[in-house]
Design a protein around this ligand. Structure first.
Ligand code: ZN
Length: 215
């Protein structure tokens, strides 16, 4: 429904409807583009699949000769393939005949282990700078929430953040730790974030525009 105040002439109402429909078309267009971006980010889980890790593309190599039960996988950084080009591969101890779900689960297990290690390290880096104490880190996998913090010092972070470059992870870590000082999103809260991550608006925008890959 498009309602108009009584004193507006019919020509003005028509103009308003026209501009409103342009607005609707733009909204639909934006949502279609977003769906396409998400679809393009969907990963085909097989030998040679690529996924982003800390903002870099990593290639999955199924490598049944090795047993990675301890670590889930082994990351290789190969600088020799082409001069100046760094190629990162994640070797997973699965045969070529592995099901896509097995490949996905193995990569996810490896990423979650990396997430725990990286997030703990960044929490330990920023907590003293903000003068706060965190107590417990829990990894989550909600698709719409990157992190939460509670007054008791418990922090929940989405493991999928490891897809993004370190600066983005740092922003989320600093954001949640700042909540241990200011629980709301008041100007005082953002001032607190800014003391440790001065360029947070740019990082926050990146997190909003770039969907994480679909699993
Ligand atoms: Zn917040």
């Amino acid at each position: 429904m498009v309602s108009a105040p009584r004193w507006v002439g019919i020509g003005e109402v028509e103009a308003a409807v026209r501009s409103k429909s342009r607005w609707i078309v733009n909204k639909l267009e934006a949502s279609r583009e977003r769906r396409q971006k998400i679809e393009a980010a969907r990963i085909q889980w097989q030998d040679g699949a690529t996924f982003p890790f800390l903002g870099e593309q990593v290639i999955v190599v199924l490598d049944p000769r090795h047993d990675f039960r301890e670590t889930g996988g082994m990351l290789h950084t190969d600088r020799e393939t082409l001069p100046g080009v760094t190629r990162m591969t994640l070797h997973i101890g699965l045969p070529q005949t592995a099901q896509p779900s097995q490949v996905r689960d193995a990569v996810q297990a490896w990423l979650m282990r990396q997430a725990k290690r990286i997030f703990t390290e960044r929490l330990e880096h920023y907590a003293p700078q903000l003068g706060v104490q965190w107590r417990k880190l829990t990894l989550t996998s909600a698709s719409t929430l990157w992190g939460t913090a509670k007054t008791d010092g418990s922090i929940r972070l989405n493991w999928r953040l490891v897809h993004f470059r370190m600066a983005v992870i740092d922003y989320v870590v600093a954001h949640e730790l700042s909540h241990l000082r200011v629980m709301d999103h008041s100007p005082r809260f953002w001032e607190t974030v800014k003391t440790v991550v001065p360029n947070y608006p740019e990082l926050r925008a990146q997190l909003k525009d770039q969907p994480a890959p679909v699993w």
